[in-house]
Design a protein around this ligand. Structure first.
Ligand code: NAP
Length: 293
């Protein structure tokens, strides 16, 4: 039987740590770290994510503001709000909940957020920093996977790691973070030939595809660590991952359940990043004051 990697427990541990750090920060600087979240429209999944992010901030003592804009918000209106938040010294992190309604230009919005406040790490400067291994921010989901691996004492160094999926939000940064930890990384995608031959070599297999039942038992090496990033609905409408859990679980050494694995980590990893943004923001403000005198 595999060890279940408990994202809720690891999240609680991270949140406990951040709560203490937040207390110390607030005592030192006279204000809490602040995250601003922008939601455009009322996509049900996005509304749930934003609500959970706000709740996570409140739980550790951060201040958070949610800007709920109507679905017909123009590009100009959205950019104006981002500009205001960019210039507000009390706003440490800015997050625009994606996907945006089709008439809005996601790329332009991503570019508009100041890289120092881009806690989601979608700005090209932050993407480049992750590639160079010199980053402040990294996308939350792959960061959560790395935190889970560390918590369970799984060192990727020297291991064959296979990531299925190459999105900018999950697959690519996941591969880079594993590489940074000295894994030998293979990235697979929809054009990969002989997918199962790759995945069967994986000591650590990360699936970020978005298809229920995609990872079958015959694709998994016995004893592998299986990380299921997928969030799908099965035929009965129940939340499930990419992995055929009942068939794969008996084969592997560690596995993340869905729900309760990677999902809770994604929201939680926003917290350390907001705290880092706040520390850097205040350090920069102090530097600016020093330079004035
Ligand atoms: P995405 O942008 O749609 O990317 C999916 C990836 O899967 C693509 O790279 C695609 O390849 C690849 N793929 C699709 N069919 C494939 C096939 N037959 N064989 C091999 N690769 C295939 O999705 P995403 O944003 O990365 O998210 C992936 C999943 O993770 C979704 O279920 C999403 O809901 C979930 N997710 C969960 C969390 C969480 O907190 N747990 C966070 C983010 C995302 P191509 O590039 O060739 O098209």
């Amino acid at each position: 039987m595999a060890v279940l990697m408990d994202g809720k427990a690891v999240s609680a541990a991270v949140r406990g740590r951040i709560r203490l750090d937040c207390e110390a920060f607030t005592k030192k600087f006279g204000r809490a770290p602040g995250l601003s979240v922008i939601l455009v429209g009322n996509d049900p999944a996005s509304c749930v994510y934003v609500r959970n992010k706000k709740r996570a901030c409140e739980e550790v003592g951060f201040s958070s503001s949610v800007y709920e804009l109507p679905g017909n918000t123009t590009q100009e209106e959205l950019l104006l709000l981002i500009d205001r938040l960019n210039r507000d010294p009390a706003v440490d992190g800015i997050l625009v909940q994606l996907p945006l309604p089709a008439h809005l230009d996601e790329k332009a919005v991503t570019l508009a957020i100041r890289p120092e406040k881009d806690v989601d790490a979608f700005h090209p400067i932050n993407v480049g920093a992750v590639c160079a291994g010199e980053y402040t921010f990294v996308p939350c989901t792959p960061a959560g996977v790395m935190e889970l691996l560390a918590y369970y004492g799984i060192d990727p160094a020297g291991k064959d790691c296979v990531v299925i999926g190459r999105s900018n939000i999950v697959g690519k940064p996941q591969a880079l973070l594993l590489l940074e930890k000295n894994a030998t990384v293979t990235v697979c995608h929809s054009r990969t030939v002989g997918l199962a031959e790759h995945t069967r070599r994986a000591d650590i297999l990360v699936s970020a595809v978005g298809k229920a039942g995609f990872v079958r038992a015959d694709m998994v090496k016995p004893g592998a660590v299986v990380i299921d990033v997928g969030m799908n609905r099965n035929a009965e409408g129940k939340l499930c991952g990419d992995v055929d859990f009942p068939a794969v679980e008996p084969l592997c050494s560690y596995i993340t359940p869905v729900p309760g694995g990677v999902g809770p980590m994604t929201i939680t990893m926003l917290l350390p990043k907001t705290l880092t943004a706040a520390e850097k923001n205040l350090a920069n403000q102090e530097k600016a004051i020093d330079n004035t005198y």
